[in-house]
Ligand binder design. Structure first.
Ligand code: KG4
Ligand code: ZN
Length: 344
């Protein structure tokens, strides 16, 4: 059995965790920077990098303390090495390199998206490969066929905004503050999902790609019209987004029939409406459904340590001169989506 220290610093959460390869989370801490970014209505990269630099070292000490462990007890050091805001990624990766060097343990440079992709296996030992993964976060919206650790086939991506980004922008339009996803979900409970006619971009298109920019613009027009209340707009936005997810997933299932499980991961996986829609979809398609517990959907270090455990078991590690990557697709061979902007 091995013990892996994980570090996450790719966006606005500073996080450290100690995870055993038997799936025990020995300790974990997360510090959000919401209050520092809220005045700007979004994450400011320079502020994020500074906050990571200030918080990381004491947090590593605290997590080791919480677990009653020392650096010498760790079998490897794992850190997010991309994709993400490069200043923050570098803070985490450089710290991991220093710890790996000081303790003479291997370094695992983890793709943040791989952390999300494998996170459901941390809490569900029965989830085997292959599985169809809907990865929905602030920066990504993808459908992937996960065939093994390091084996990811991207079936779909967004040609413009990620779904979490669309949630955040909707929240901003509705004056709900930052971060927006949970706030939109909260007020949508009081709204009527059929009150506002909103588009379902790319619905029924032959490729399973996503687009949310047009939906966001329609939300802005609905808000500016003054005809609808915020709860109705939020509920209608959420319904339109879910309709798009289910339509695109149906297309992906056609492409990969007989995949036994459907998995939901990434920050938007914390949304209960999205979770229950996917659970029903999976049941209707004869698939098992799996999503991490809510606390492991949004960015955390347990998923990074766990991806480290999975790779360590396979005998993998990375050189100490591994360079942080602002962009790092899980499937580098995927064809660019037609009409895609730079984010895809
Ligand atoms: O995975 P994550 O923590 O960070 C990235 O890797 O991007 O995802 C953050 C995103 C944000 O856009 C946030 O608004 C969204 O996930 N999110 C939610 C909910 N909780 C977080 N979106 C909808 N409903 C939620 N409950
Ligand atoms: Zn993430």
């Amino acid at each position: 059995m091995s013990l892996v220290l994980g570090i996450e610093s790719s966006c606005d959460e500073t996080a450290v965790a100690l995870v055993e390869s038997d799936r025990t989370i020995r300790a974990q801490r997360i510090a959000s920077q919401d209050d520092q970014h809220a005045p700007y209505g979004g994450v400011v990269p320079e502020i994020a990098a500074r906050a990571h630099a200030e918080r990381l070292a004491p947090m590593i000490e605290a997590v080791l303390d919480d677990a009653g462990a020392s650096l010498a007890d760790c079998d490897a050091i794992a850190a997010t090495a991309g994709p993400g805001l490069i200043g923050g990624v570098m803070v985490g990766l450089v710290s991991a390199k220093a710890l790996a060097m000081a303790s003479d343990r291997p370094l695992l440079a983890i793709n943040h998206l791989e952390g999300h992709a494998l996170s459901p296996r941390l809490t569900d030992a029965s989830l085997g490969f292959p599985y169809l993964l809907l990865l929905v976060s602030g920066g990504h919206c993808q459908i992937l066929l996960v065939e093994g650790v390091g084996e990811y086939r991207r079936l779909a991506t967004t040609i413009d905004d990620a779904l979490g980004e669309a949630y955040d922008k909707t929240a901003k339009i509705l004056g709900l503050g930052f971060p927006g996803g949970p706030a939109v979900e909260r007020i949508a409970r009081q709204g009527d999902p059929s009150a506002v006619p909103l588009p379902r971009p790319l619905l029924k298109s032959p490729e399973p790609h996503f687009s949310f920019a047009g939906l966001k613009s329609a939300v802005l027009r609905a808000h500016d019209s003054g005809q609808y209340d915020a709860a109705d707009i939020a509920a209608s936005f959420q319904q339109a987004a879910v309709d798009c997810l289910l339509d695109r997933l149906a297309r992906a299932v056609q492409q990969c029939p007989d995949t036994p499980s459907l998995v939901l991961a990434g920050g938007v996986a914390a949304n209960l409406v999205v979770r229950s829609a996917l659970e029903t979809f999976a049941a209707n398609h004869g698939m098992a459904f799996c999503a991490p517990p809510l606390a492991l959907c949004t960015d955390n270090a347990a998923m990074i340590a766990w991806a480290g455990c999975e790779r360590l078991e396979l005998g993998q590690n990375d050189p100490l001169d591994f360079v942080a990557r602002p962009r790092w697709p899980l499937d580098p061979d995927a064809e660019p989506a037609r009409g895609a902007g730079v984010k895809a």
